[in-house]
Design a protein around this ligand. Structure first.
Ligand code: ZN
Ligand code: ZN
Length: 422
């Protein structure tokens, strides 16, 4: 029988105004992946004020706080800190107007369009209450503030000796704000988010004058054929009940209307929730790219490069049931949704649990004004959101801190409390 987590939440209401101010400050000062210097500084300072042992510079800008509070389970709580190269269009008084220089040397606008500012705020709220309410729990908490989630920064923390430098967790927990009404939480046992693989493909042709195509091998036509043929992989090769996505997000070739270029470059993303479908997609891309190049009489074979690879985030069934029960008890059954299928978004949080060999649980919580969802039942939201709702990564994505900060802090403490409160 688990004790009530309520004492862990003592004082939450008194802290909300200051946490909402912190959220607005972080939102107005977003930083690109691997550049989270200001954010990490704020995190480290707050954790120290709260009485946590703090290690900075883990895997780049990562910050790890540790709070040992007697014998008991070790719980890892993780938040990500980075923002995106998106020009904010929310019109909020605390909207970002910032720019930064990205990894390619380009000056780009920056926005917390994925809501990681909310994740940082909520975890700092949870760490404050864990420190203030030490008599309510037993064990150790490792609070991980991770850089560069958008580009898969978690492995950099592991490569920086994470497993040896910090207490070994018994369970890893993390959350993400979703384009759903505030007050709603969703999770599922098993695959929770898809695996994502980013690929670059270079197709080789033979350039020449646009007026004499017969003397060339046109990589633009080759690329067009590849793109269309790739769109048959999910529709014709993957079984309809399996989850798979293949999108070509970038196509580049040539500079002038009358010059046939030598090469064409494609970038694509693959999403899958099981390793066999992942292998199937990767093999199909390679097969089609090679075959289309051969069909065009390409002078040399195409090159495929893996740009990034996120494993699927898989919720341990038993640990997921524990978190689900804690949410249902405290928030009410209507507030907790069991997702019928994994989300096709990707996450790198799963690498912590995999590296430690322990269960992970990852859930999403609604961050938007419920007024925008009038007339929709929670079950409608499990199968697809209305198109007028701005999703994560949209320049219009705007969580409401007046609701979402409280919800996010509560979810973290309710989930952690399922291990720490005995
Ligand atoms: Zn994102
Ligand atoms: Zn995100």
């Amino acid at each position: 029988m688990t004790a009530s987590p309520a004492p862990l939440l003592t004082g939450i209401e008194d802290r909300l105004a200051s946490l909402q101010d912190l959220y607005r400050d972080l939102h107005a000062h977003p930083e690109l992946s691997h550049q989270e210097v200001r954010t990490a500084g704020i995190v480290a300072a707050r954790l120290r004020e709260q009485g946590w042992r703090v290690t900075e510079g883990v895997g780049g800008t990562g910050v790890v706080g540790t709070l040992a509070n007697g014998p008991g389970p070790v719980v890892l709580l993780r938040a990500d800190m980075d923002a995106l190269p998106v020009r904010e269009a929310t019109g909020l008084p605390y909207a970002s107007t910032r720019t930064a220089v990205d990894a390619d040397g380009e000056t780009v606008p920056v926005m917390h369009a994925c809501g990681h500012d909310l994740h940082v705020t909520c975890l700092l709220g949870a760490t404050a209450l864990l420190a203030a309410n030490r008599s309510a729990w037993r064990g150790t908490v490792v609070a991980v503030f991770q850089p560069a989630e958008e580009v898969g920064g978690a492995p950099a923390m592991l490569d920086d000796g994470f497993l040896d430098r910090f207490p070994r967790a018994d369970v890893c927990l993390a959350q993400h704000v979703a384009p759903a009404p505030a007050g709603l939480v969703a999770l599922r046992p098993g695959p929770m988010t898809a695996a994502a693989d980013g690929l670059a493909v270079r197709l080789h042709g033979r350039g020449g004058h646009g007026s004499s195509p017969a003397s060339t091998v046109d990589p633009v036509v080759m690329a067009a054929a590849v793109v269309l043929r790739l769109q048959t992989v999910v529709s014709r090769e993957v079984a309809p009940e399996r989850t798979a996505v293949l999108s070509v997000g970038s196509i580049n070739a040539g500079t002038r209307e009358n010059v046939i270029p030598d090469t064409a470059d494609l970038k694509l993303t693959l999403r899958s929730t099981t390793s066999d479908v992942r292998e199937q997609l990767l093999a199909a891309v390679e097969r089609i790219v090679q075959a289309e190049a051969a069909a065009s009489a390409a002078p040399k074979p195409p090159e495929t490069t893996l740009l990034s690879s996120f494993p699927a985030t898989v919720n341990d069934p038993a640990a997921s049931a524990t978190v689900d029960a804690a949410f249902r008890t405290a928030l009410g059954a209507d507030a907790v949704l069991t997702l019928p299928q994994p989300l096709t978004g990707a996450e790198d949080f799963g690498v912590f649990g995999s590296a430690l060999g322990v269960p992970s649980v990852y859930w999403v919580f609604g961050g938007l004004d419920p007024a925008g969802f009038a007339g929709l039942a929670p079950a409608d939201l499990a199968t697809g959101l209305p198109p007028h709702i701005p999703h994560n990564h949209s320049p219009l994505f705007a969580p409401v801190p007046e609701r979402a900060v409280r919800d996010g802090v509560r979810c973290l403490l309710l989930a952690a409390g399922a291990w720490l409160v005995r």
